[in-house]
Unconditional design. Structure first.
Length: 318
């Protein structure tokens, strides 16, 4: 169960997310939600395969569906399930639509479709024009078109009582109060640290900060534990199972280091100083930069994060 909802490039954080809203009683949404009080998230091995369920004080439920497979039949079945909910509005901010995506959207049968750069698609009756702004602003404009006002675009961070308690016990057991949270993984190979890069970064950071917690997920926990054993001040929360565990570890950290934009945005939600790695794709960077009020160091790379000289990472942003 991998806790980093991401894809093979920065803009693809939203590529597989379809936002569908019923104004009166139900809302399918991604990325932005207001006053969410309960969220359950299930992620399987790839980060584009998630199902979110949220409830807030304004709606009976919020649902986000990200198709588990690329089989067009699955897209059709999912669309039919959503069609039964009789949604009024579909908001689709993705930059690329494939035939299976169009089938999925059309099958939902909403009364209105709002898109981003969808001027050439007959399915969409409203389209937000291309612009060099963060995707938060794209979502804000879409929600405004859908009838919302006074939209708060600050990240609303979900929590889970069980994860909160488990992480608190882990931190207390190891007396961890002033640590840097480090994530080595993005879904795309260009944003995944290889072992040499992991060691290089830890060699640099471990001498400059009191303690480090490596963010993990079940498939790599054993590897992270083996890596942590090489250092006296590097730790792993081996019970990590879901994104809620990761959220709690970031919440209590003093700083975050990550090549993965989902982790970067969680850090932004908690206003944590962050070192973030981005490719040289400027459009992706504009759309998915940290959007963080805290100090942030951006390190760019050409083809792979493993090209970076990690000695330039600042351990004193906090």
């Amino acid at each position: 169960m991998e806790p980093f909802p991401d894809d093979s490039n920065d803009s693809a954080d939203a590529e597989r997310i379809e936002i569908i809203k019923r104004v009166r009683i139900k809302c399918i949404a991604a990325f932005l939600h207001q006053s969410a009080t309960d969220i359950v998230l299930q992620c399987e091995q790839t980060l584009e395969k998630c199902i979110f369920r949220m409830k807030d004080q304004y709606t009976a439920g919020v649902h986000v569906f990200i198709e588990k497979t690329k089989d067009i039949a699955d897209y059709y079945r999912c669309g039919k399930k959503l069609a039964a909910e009789q949604y009024d509005v579909v908001i689709d901010p993705t930059l690329t639509l494939r035939n299976r995506d169009l089938l999925f959207l059309r099958t939902i049968g909403a009364n209105s479709y709002i898109g981003y750069q969808k001027e050439d698609y007959q399915l969409f009756d409203r389209s937000i024009p291309a612009q060099s702004v963060h995707y938060v602003e794209i979502y804000r404009q879409a929600l405004e078109i859908a009838g919302f006002s006074h939209i708060n675009t600050e990240y609303d961070m979900p929590s889970n009582a069980q994860s909160s308690q488990a992480v608190a016990e882990f931190l207390a057991a190891h007396q961890l109060e002033d640590y840097v949270a480090v994530n080595f993984f993005g879904a795309g190979s260009a944003r995944r640290f290889n072992e040499d890069s992991m060691v290089a970064l830890l060699n640099h950071l471990s001498t400059q900060t009191k303690s480090i917690v490596l963010l993990t997920f079940p498939a790599v926990t054993e590897k992270m534990q083996a890596l942590a054993k090489r250092y006296a001040n590097v730790f792993v929360f081996e019970k990590t199972q879901t994104v809620f565990d990761t959220i709690e570890l970031i919440k209590h950290s003093k700083m975050v280091v990550s090549p993965d934009t989902a982790i970067v945005h969680i850090a932004s939600g908690f206003h944590k100083p962050t070192v973030a790695f981005y490719s040289l794709d400027e459009e992706n960077f504009v759309h998915w930069q940290p959007n963080n009020s805290a100090k942030t160091q951006i390190i760019r790379f050409d083809k792979s994060v493993n090209e970076v000289d990690f000695k330039q990472v600042k351990a004193d942003l906090a």
